[in-house]
Design a protein around this ligand. Structure first.
Ligand SMILES: O=C(O)CCC(=O)C(=O)O
Ligand SMILES: [Fe+2]
Length: 344
């Protein structure tokens, strides 16, 4: 058995907390420093599927401006937001209202509203790239003129961070650092602005902010609003472990594309978010996938006689699109109880 598969057999997913990894050495010219960072990442990927990163390089000013845009956008009247509803677009770009998505088939809808977009050229007017099965232009709210420019600024910064993580993931898998380069040429990265209204009522309510789920891409870069506990991660004892916002950090969690590609050596760990605070909560995930035409077949070293392939081979685009369709399929009860939040 390969040493990687061997390490995965001994994985201990009974974690009690989420590791914090310092990215200072990410572009060190000293390969032993990059390797030691990759080893930390490997341990987190095999045993937790989640880690925080500090010294990630995204300026706080860019984050705050994007947060401001999220608050402005979600404060718009519902009928204005519904003009760019995601289900009008083949790839679900645009706005989704409260309870229109359901990430947990056992849940009754996600108590969040969101705005989603993908890569486009930074020049005014933009321009989509040909993304095959996931092709389709972004839609933008015309009521907030600076919205596109500001949120794209965060998007490009997060995509840059994501691109710089792939060589570490490759090293963590005992592959050449360039392994993912030709599989991530089109930045198949979807970004969401999310707003969770405060939630009261029974703790076993089948409606939560976002129900128990795994993410679908390779990994997610998540910014969470400081001071508000909502995100929880499931360990192997079926305990929900809090993943609170830690100032100056972002959360990185692995998704299904990496789990499929690595035959579950990298973990796509179940998580959820519940905003049981008396304030509105905002978060910003960026889901970084491989190019949509790439086939998710087991990476060398991730299968063995004892660990045969666990997943049917499928392209990344087919996988993401199928999951989007399932998540937004049952939206019958659109938000009659919705009231736009006060701008804070
Ligand atoms: O809002 C959060 O903290 C988590 C969001 C999330 O898990 C997702 O959008 O996939
Ligand atoms: Fe998630």
């Amino acid at each position: 058995m390969s040493s990687l598969a061997n390490q995965a057999e001994k994985a201990d997913m009974n974690f009690a907390g989420i590791p914090i990894i310092d990215l200072t050495e990410i572009s060190s010219t000293d390969s032993t420093r990059r390797r030691s960072l990759a080893e930390e990442i490997r341990n987190a990927c095999i045993n937790v599927g989640f880690f925080y990163v500090k010294n990630h390089g995204i300026e706080d000013k860019i984050i705050q401006e994007t947060l401001g845009m999220a608050k402005d956008f979600f404060s718009l009247p519902l009928d204005v937001k519904m003009e760019i509803e995601n289900r009008k677009n083949p790839n679900f770009k645009g706005y989704h209202p409260l309870l229109s998505g359901n990430n947990d088939p056992e849940g009754a809808g996600d108590l969040q509203e969101g705005f989603e977009f993908g890569w486009e050229d930074p020049s005014p007017g933009g321009g989509e790239i040909d993304n095959g099965i996931m092709a389709g232009a972004n839609v933008w709210p015309s009521e907030i003129p600076e919205f596109r420019e500001k949120v794209l600024k965060y998007y490009y910064a997060a995509v840059k961070l994501g691109k710089s993580l792939f060589p570490l993931f490759a090293q963590a898998l005992n592959l050449p650092e360039t392994f993912f380069d030709d599989k991530t040429l089109k930045s198949a990265a979807l970004m969401k602005l999310l707003h969770y209204p405060p939630q009261t009522g029974p703790v076993d309510d089948p409606v939560v902010g976002i129900g128990a789920h795994t993410d679908w891409e390779c990994f997610t870069i998540l910014w969470q609003e400081p001071g508000i506990q909502a995100l929880q991660v499931l360990n192997s004892s079926k305990e929900w472990i809090d993943a609170p916002p830690i100032p100056g950090t972002l959360v990185i969690n692995l998704g299904d594309q990496f789990a499929r590609w690595t035959n579950d050596i990298f973990k796509s760990t179940v998580h959820r978010a519940i905003n049981r605070n008396n304030v509105h909560r905002y978060s910003i995930p960026l889901f970084f996938g491989t190019d949509y035409d790439v086939e998710l077949e087991p990476i060398p070293g991730c299968t063995s006689d004892e660990r045969p392939p666990r997943y049917k081979v499928i392209t990344a685009g087919e996988y993401v699109k199928a999951r989007l369709e399932a998540t937004y399929a049952q939206a019958t009860h659109i938000t009659t109880q919705y009231t736009a939040p006060e701008k804070v």
